[in-house]
Write a protein that binds this ligand. Sequence first.
Ligand code: CA
Length: 435
Amino acid sequence: MLTDATHDPDLRSWVESANAPGCPTPIQNLPYARFRPAGSEEHWRVGVAIGDQILDLAAAAHHAPWGDGVEELLAPLARGNLMAFMALGRPAWRAARSVLSTALAADSVQGPFLELCLVPLAEAEFTLPCRIGDYTDFYAGIHHARSVGSLFRPDNALLPNYRWVPIGYHGRASSVIVEGGPVRRPMGQIKGDGEVPLFGPTRRLDYELELGVWIGAGNALGQPVGIEAAEDVLFGITPLNDWSARDIQAWEYQPLGPFLAKSFATSVSPWIVTFEALAPFRRPQRRAEGDPPPLPYLDCPFNREHGALDIRLEVWLQSERMRAADLAPVRLSHSNALDAYWTAAQFVAHHTSNGCNLNVGDLLGTGTLSGPGAGQGGSLLELTRGGRESITLPTGERRTFLEDGDTVVMQAWCEAPGATRIGLGAVSGTIVPAA
Ligand code: CA
């Protein structure tokens, strides 16, 4: 059984807003973030979202009556150190979820004490959940790989390695930012008409709809993590936007892959939804008829049966003129993480298969998660067929790639029969002009 009492759809919280139908943060979710009162200079604290509130774990650890061992369990969270908690591993993650679920449930012993430890979500500001040591971006969206490949290689869209090896590259951790912040249009080298390239602002600024996988307990250098054990290093998931400058990318990517076209910014939601919370939404890994089975080091029964995640994804856009005219964002596309060709456990097993060590707080991007249909491209590159077709906005403006003032919002959530819907938060960013 993957699920337990913490997933029970009948479970209710004493925080009334958490019980409203469609609330992204019901008691079945319990995502973690680091926050403080907006505009304050206070230390960052770890909180758990519940309804329209955040339970401040620094206050909660000390102000409620807890059972034996709970204060020790919550100690890293009480210190504001989510990373130290992530390093504790799955038994601690499970135990903390169970404790918090019980404490936030209707009529709990701790409820009257914890009421004093709530901070309204709307009054908080956020930072990254932890210091990210390394960021690796995979390429698990097969529909993205195929449609982008077909733009460049019409006869050979999917390269022969794709169905065998989880493709990825080492991204830049220093420029991973919390959603909501401005994203500056990058400068770069762009192929010109003649032999000499130009240096200037990108003209083909794009987003990539992805999920980020947060690594908990890591592995020692030289000690690969097997596919079965890989589950135990997976802490949680967050929506991720891998901003991309397509003209810079096209000029620089051969022969070593993406570099400055990607490293100027990657946006993530501050909230981490744990793999425990995602248990009701785990599904069999999808493989098309005739596709080869994964090599043995990427294959095990659990991964085959439960490796994939049923996570719904959407991208919305609002231009500056739309904002001025009070026009709501328009939905550009939608897809589902079930279409990813490789699972999070396969990312870990493959990444460490050569002995490479993953560390607590490392971030793995899935790659652009596009669906198979029209309107399911996870980037403008796909939706506009490489800039050949434009999208018309409600103001009459046309878009092939992003303009200054555009706001991109990505949303992710899970819903399934017999389970309570949970939100994975949003990741937004607004383009500001090149410096
Ligand atoms: Ca990417």
